[in-house]
Design a protein around this ligand. Structure first.
Ligand SMILES: [Zn+2]
Length: 177
């Protein structure tokens, strides 16, 4: 799916579930989509998983991980659900080991296209373009300033790395328009 469409898909999903606000209540988004959530002991290597059957599913996320990381995982699994889960009777399982957010220019290396897409939509769900722009304007932030990235990361309850990458991708998007 084209990047522009992923941005729109994210905004629409949030608006439809009444969750278009800062910070994005990602747990509610999952619930509205009929996805149950469970924090579980998944060991070091697994961040999260998604099981889908028909129109329902459940997301497991690593209970040992930091909250911002759990939010990122949940968002990533929601993205798999929206994009990649076939609505068939047969159960499907997605398992995510280390979910790392990569910038677009790096993402072509060593990751399959579903993962790249889930990362993009996951980031757009947690840091929707419209809301990020709104915060930047409202607080008159200078995005070349690291402190601004930290402020935004706190507001959106994401890691500073995730926010830094997201801002860079949004800038790239702006140039394309
Ligand atoms: Zn994944």
């Amino acid at each position: 799916m084209a990047r522009q469409n992923l941005e729109e898909r994210a905004e629409k999903t949030l608006r439809d579930s009444d969750c278009y606000r800062v910070p994005v209540p990602i747990h509610h988004v999952a619930e509205r989509l009929n996805l149950t959530l469970e924090a579980t002991a998944l060991g070091d290597k697994v961040s999260g998983m998604l099981v889908v059957q028909g129109n329902e599913g459940s997301i497991g996320y690593n209970s040992a991980h930091a909250r911002v990381r759990q939010r990122f995982t949940i968002s990533h699994e929601i993205a798999h659900y929206l994009l990649h889960a076939r609505r068939s009777g047969k159960a499907q399982l997605f398992i995510d080991k280390q979910i790392t957010y990569r910038r677009d220019e790096q993402s072509s290396t060593g990751m399959n296209s579903d993962e790249i897409e889930a990362n993009k939509l996951g980031a757009a769900l947690l840091m929707p373009r419209g809301l990020v722009q709104q915060e930047v304007r409202a607080q008159d932030l200078d995005l070349d300033d690291n402190e601004a990235i930290e402020i935004l990361a706190k507001k959106f309850q994401v890691s500073t790395v995730a926010m830094g990458n997201r801002l860079q991708n949004l800038r790239m998007l702006a140039y394309e328009n």
